[in-house]
Design a binder for this molecule. Structure first.
Ligand SMILES: *[C@@H]1O[C@H](CO)[C@@H](O)[C@H](O)[C@H]1NC(C)=O
Length: 380
């Protein structure tokens, strides 16, 4: 009797704790070398409070999600005024009048007297240094709240997790992943969908070395700032001399900021699959520097907004692609377009910024269609 009880407990333990509960693979590109929680024994939060505590404390941790953590309702609801700058139809996002934003920025927009949203979505969970946040199989889901990597937190891995349902009806209702002051951050095989504002935002603080790989940025929504089922606020990569590798991501059903690049940020966008974008993918503002190679744009109205003042090297011709080798270690790969606008720009002067950095490899664009099957959570 005693033996069988112990055996049962061991069996139950073994089913939830396994050697598989570890980060898989390694970061490529600028965040190469990131270790997150390293070899720390995995911890398995059971409540939202425990998850907040593990993420925010000062211990190196491997935090394994084995279920959906639903934050909706955990901090209550907020009722406030809002506005409709993008239209009053049922498919349009409404903006929360956060800190008087509607009054200040959109004084002519129709007012919305009373909206109610979930408070937990507004501010993400703080993530400390030396953390791995990983999902088990396809069980790692965080609903109604994002994460914030701030205050110069370093060495963080987020892998195989889905962030979903963060006040998607309301702009200013929350972001999924914020980095604003950090270094060595790897966001891999993460899915984001139904988010209020940015799916991923690298704020004005220096985020230093970041790799975003194998992620699914799913902009399909019933509440859009472009009122067309496509989310406008995709990826916003600003900062202070940030280095961002964007590789093998599936970015779809967005209508803008996919990504927006500013603030002296250098982006290596390689082998991403951009699909079904009703507006624009790249928005590169003054200071932004983008080398885009081996990407596929399928049904993307504008692969980039023209003439915004940022710098783009968009692989377009064999002769220019050879210029990459000296600094990136390989000839750049051509981008490919299907029923899409194209990237333009041959700012070869930005290639030298890759000198001495860890640079992701590149495959031919013809192999990139498979990203649809490999990107996102629950795939590794
Ligand atoms: C993170 O880990 C490194 C290496 O072990 C250590 O030097 C550093 O103090 C840790 N950071 C924090 C905030 O614990």
């Amino acid at each position: 009797m005693k033996y069988s009880l112990v055996a049962a407990v061991v069996a139950a333990f073994a089913s939830s704790v396994s050697a598989a509960d570890a980060v898989k693979g390694a970061a490529e590109g600028f965040a190469k070398g990131v270790t997150g929680g390293g070899n720390a024994a995995p911890v398995y939060p059971s409540t939202t409070a425990e998850l907040i505590s593990y993420l925010g404390d000062s211990s190196a941790r491997v935090i394994v999600l084995t279920k959906t953590f639903d934050f909706t309702g955990t901090e209550g609801k907020v009722t406030s005024a809002g506005c409709s700058p993008w239209g009053t139809g049922s498919g349009c996002q409404i903006a929360i009048n956060q800190n008087g934003w509607c009054d200040r920025e959109q004084p002519k927009a129709p007012k919305v007297s009373s909206i109610t949203y979930d408070k937990a979505g507004i501010l993400g969970m703080t993530v400390g240094s030396n953390k791995s946040l990983i999902g088990q199989g396809s069980k790692g889901v965080i609903k109604g709240k994002g994460i914030r990597i701030v205050s110069n937190a370093k060495n963080i891995i987020v892998q195989n997790v889905r962030f979903t349902d963060i006040n998607p009806e309301y702009v200013w209702g929350g972001d999924a992943i914020t980095v604003d002051g950090g270094d060595l951050i790897w966001i891999d095989h993460v899915t984001t969908d139904l988010i209020a504002r940015q799916h991923i935002v690298l704020g004005n603080g220096a985020s230093n070395r970041v790799t975003i790989s194998n992620c699914e940025i799913n902009g399909a929504t019933g509440w859009s700032a472009t009122c067309d089922g496509h989310h406008y606020w995709g990826l916003y990569l600003t900062g202070s001399n940030d280095l961002v590798t964007l590789k093998d991501n599936y970015i779809h059903h967005t209508s803008g900021r996919s990504p927006k690049v500013a603030g002296n940020t250098l982006v290596h966008a390689v082998n991403n699959y951009f699909y079904a974008n009703s507006g624009h993918a790249f928005e590169v503002n003054p200071g932004g520097k983008v080398v885009a190679e081996g990407n596929v744009f399928q049904n993307v109205v504008q692969a980039m907004q023209p003439n915004l003042g940022g710098q783009m090297f968009a692989s377009a011709a064999a002769g220019t692609n050879a210029q990459c080798k000296q600094y990136l270690g390989h000839d750049c790969e051509m981008n490919a377009y299907g029923t899409s606008g194209t990237l333009t720009g041959a700012a070869a002067g930005i290639l030298s910024s890759f000198s001495g950095k860890n640079v992701a490899s590149a495959s031919a664009a013809s192999s990139v269609k498979n990203v649809v099957n490999t990107a996102g959570y629950g795939k590794i």
